[in-house]
Design a protein around this ligand. Structure first.
Ligand code: DAO
Ligand code: ZN
Length: 376
């Protein structure tokens, strides 16, 4: 019978303040739960969004982190999908394979534990984390990877090929999969299609990679930081545009529509900026162009366009975790990485430790970081 474990975790005590490194207690997993020794967690801007206080599903005190990989340490009763010792990637988008959503064949947005995950608790409504005073800490995105041990629902993790280096494939727990999947599953980019991507972070560059793997034609990346051009080209961009530098009195959409003989087949917003979302939609080709929103906008923000943009055939859609069903499809992404088909390691610019998580967060805001992986 598994016992509570004491370990180190970075705790969000107050929004907008540094995370607090604390010794916490991680309870034994209950029915349909798994306790994981987290080995690596990469820092993602979604953690920062929540840490800033802008996320309506962010709570204090909580353990953030959601791009994680580790080893199954113990399993609760009724768990048959993983076993102790399995090497796993944690899934903030679970897959129960039983709910209406999972069975629909139309979405990856499993809803089996959606309500409790959004409230920062396990499916039974309680927490497995307690601080030194015994007070409960909230979970985050069903993962909480900024702790050396975490407890997740058995539908929120997937065992992967033991040959995969977990310090690399942890990136498949969010950024890389989100972008590649958005291009290949949500948009289903085909050979020769034209694509434009706003935002050359890990997600944007992964859209580029996903499109290039499909043999897209022109792949245009837009970013306000010129240093991202080299990155964009390395992942397959054919063009790089700094929107602040275009020599034109036209809007960026008009400029792109002219440049691409009527607009793009697919456009992707990876910025979370609602003005960019509109530009991306209006840069899509009349009659068939699709614009996919990936970036998460600040709470309360709304998007707008003239309805005629949609009447005339453009499609506005969105994508979370790239439309990827984690337990069914993520192992294949790991195989593609192991076979050298999918770039993953290439996004890692920095390494750090849990103890130095604040340094990692600093470097992430410096603009010089693509992905920083924490060795837990
Ligand atoms: O409502 O079913 C649901 C789950 C929505 C999850 C959306 C998560 C979006 C996180 C985006 C991270 C992008 C890097
Ligand atoms: Zn489901």
């Amino acid at each position: 019978m598994a016992q509570p474990i004491k370990c180190q975790a970075a705790v969000l005590r107050e929004f907008g303040k540094p995370l607090s490194l604390e010794t916490i207690t991680v309870d034994a997993p209950k029915s349909h739960e798994v306790r994981v020794k987290v080995l690596y967690t990469a820092l993602c801007h979604t953690d920062e969004y929540t840490a800033s206080g802008s996320d309506p599903e962010g709570f204090t005190p909580s353990v953030l982190g959601h791009e994680s990989a580790g080893i199954v340490e113990s399993i609760g009763p009724d768990v048959d999908s993983v076993k102790v010792g399995d090497r796993v990637i944690l899934l903030y988008t679970p897959e129960c394979k039983k709910c209406k959503y999972c069975l629909s064949g139309k979405t990856n947005l499993c809803q089996a534990i959606r309500a409790t995950q959004g409230k920062g608790v396990m499916p039974d409504g309680t927490s497995r984390f307690h601080d030194a005073e015994g007070k409960p800490l909230y979970h985050f995105m069903g993962v909480s990877g900024f702790s050396q041990y975490t407890v997740v629902a058995d539908i929120s993790l997937v065992a992967v090929d033991p040959k995969a280096d977990l310090d690399v494939v942890c990136l498949l727990g969010c950024g890389v999969t989100t972008g590649v999947g958005a291009a290949q599953i949500t948009a289903n980019v085909q050979k020769g299609d034209s694509v434009a991507v706003w935002g050359a972070g890990t997600v944007g560059l992964s859209v580029v990679q996903g499109a290039q793997l499909r043999d897209a034609g022109r792949i245009i990346v837009l970013d306000l930081d010129d240093s991202k051009e080299e990155w964009a080209r390395e992942f397959g961009a054919t063009d790089f545009i700094n929107p602040s530098k275009i020599d034109s009195n036209k809007s960026i959409s008009e400029y792109l529509v002219e440049l691409t003989d009527g607009g793009l087949d697919f456009t992707f917003d990876c910025t979370g900026n609602t003005k960019v979302m509109r530009q991306a939609l209006e840069s899509a080709h009349k009659g068939w162009g699709q614009s996919i929103i990936i970036g998460v906008a600040a709470s309360g923000q709304e998007i707008s366009t003239r309805p005629f943009q949609l009447v005339t055939g453009r499609v506005w859609k969105g994508s979370a975790f790239g439309g990827v069903k984690g337990r069914s499809q993520l192992p294949d992404y790991v195989e593609q990485y192991l076979n050298g088909k999918l770039k993953v390691k290439e996004y890692i610019t920095h390494h750090n430790t849990l103890a130095d998580i604040e340094k990692g967060r600093e470097v992430m805001h410096s603009g010089k970081c693509m992905r920083c992986v924490l060795d837990m």
